[in-house]
Design a protein around this ligand. Structure first.
Ligand code: NAD
Ligand code: 89V
Length: 343
């Protein structure tokens, strides 16, 4: 069978994981890559044996010859590149954060719909093995109907050495990391209708907020807390683990350090370890995120072949991105924000 051909734009820090993920997938081949920076183009092209290399995305699209494009650039270029893909009717994956602002994200969804192409946001945290394990427990019904939840990511890890742009943005932790945690909250507890948030900047050397505490009212009556911090100095650094607590009508679930999952129900308590697999190209502590990259890319290829909308489609991810926007507004004005007013 002919291989599905992809192209990748943005050969930076994170794209290497995406290239590994594509390389591992049977039936997929990345046939062209693009980066404005010739050094990154050279490094990634040589590492993954891709001969077609472009410094301009326009030129790469003009030459064509691929079935989808994977955008792994930083947020400022996402709208222009998605619109470029739409103008060439090429299905597109775009890294998170979706866009600089909700209006841009809506325009991107509209462009993809008008062109009749699939648009998936690379929102991979819900594809992490421990998060999928939590979802499976909820689906089993063992803890009954959830009524309260917490999604927590607290760390002192130096993310700025690998991703220096994170120290410079006016927005930091909610836009970069909280966006994943908010998507996990939607994945586990359903869509949210109201958001109340508070933020702080503890690290004086960065421009944006590095601590956020968010309270969500979900449509189905669940209340959740999503709390994120890069200013939390713990005796054992948990990066990049997400902790989850859920209380249900029949029991409780706790996902804690080292991927330990405790489920308590009417028939007793089970304790297990739901650690991610360490893929051959992965390295600790990033392996949890790296495996989720491989899984979301597999999902994309499957859905593309079936002609079905991916789980984190642009349309779906507007609801996650609206929570980001709402959190910043709530923190700025000290008010609770109705999500429906944004969508
Ligand atoms: P980076 O700065 O290391 O890499 C971006 C690359 O894109 C650079 O090499 C740059 O030259 C290139 N580029 C930018 N605009 C371009 C354009 N218009 N045309 C061609 N090339 C262009 O950034 P990064 O850390 O790799 O992050 C990239 C994206 O991945 C960001 O949106 C970030 O939030 C996201 N990210 C996601 C995860 C995740 O788990 N989903 C993890 C880390 C980063
Ligand atoms: O996943 C991400 O988006 C990364 C990090 C985990 C460092 O926040 O930017």
């Amino acid at each position: 069978m002919a291989k599905t051909k992809g192209a990748l734009i943005g050969c930076g820090f994170f794209a290497v994981n995406q290239m590994h993920g594509w390389q591992d997938l049977d039936g997929v081949e990345i046939v062209a890559i693009c980066d404005r920076d010739p050094e990154r183009l050279h490094l990634v092209g040589d590492q993954f044996g891709v001969d077609r290399r472009y410094r301009s995305a326009d030129e790469m699209f003009d030459d064509g010859g691929f079935d989808f494009v994977d955008i792994a650039t930083t947020v400022g270029s996402h709208r222009a590149l998605v619109e470029l893909a739409a103008s060439h009717a090429v299905p597109v994956i775009c890294q998170k954060p979706f866009a600089p602002a909700l209006a841009d994200a809506k325009a991107m969804v509209a462009a993809a719909e008008k062109a009749g192409i699939a648009l998936m946001i690379h929102e991979n945290f819900r594809w992490q093995t421990p998060i999928l394990a939590v979802r499976a427990v909820l689906d089993s019904g063992v803890i009954g109907e959830p009524f309260w939840g917490r999604v927590s990511f607290r760390s002192g890890f130096d993310v700025f050495s690998g991703q220096p742009y994170l120290a410079r943005g006016k927005r930091f932790i909610i836009e970069d990391l909280g966006i994943h945690s908010l998507d996990i909250a939607r994945f586990l507890f359903g869509d949210a209708s109201r958001m109340t948030a508070r933020t702080r900047r503890i690290n004086p050397d960065i421009a944006g907020e590095d601590v956020a505490t968010m309270l969500l009212d979900h449509d189905n009556g669940i209340t959740s807390i999503v709390d994120v911090s890069y200013a939390t100095k713990l005796p054992e650094e948990p990066f990049p683990e997400t902790f989850v607590e859920i209380d249900g009508s029949r029991g409780t679930l706790r996902l804690g350090k080292d991927y330990k999952l405790t489920v308590h129900g009417p028939d007793g308590t089970t304790r297990s370890v739901v650690a991610p697999n360490l893929l051959p190209w992965a390295s600790r502590p990033w392996h949890n995120i790296q495996e989720s990259v491989a899984l979301i890319q597999k999902h994309w290829v499957e859905r593309l072949a079936e002609g079905r909308e991916p789980d984190t489609s642009g349309r779906d991810n507007l609801k996650t991105f609206a929570l980001v926007e709402a959190a910043y507004r709530s923190a700025e004005y000290g008010e609770t924000i109705a999500i429906a007013d944004l969508l």
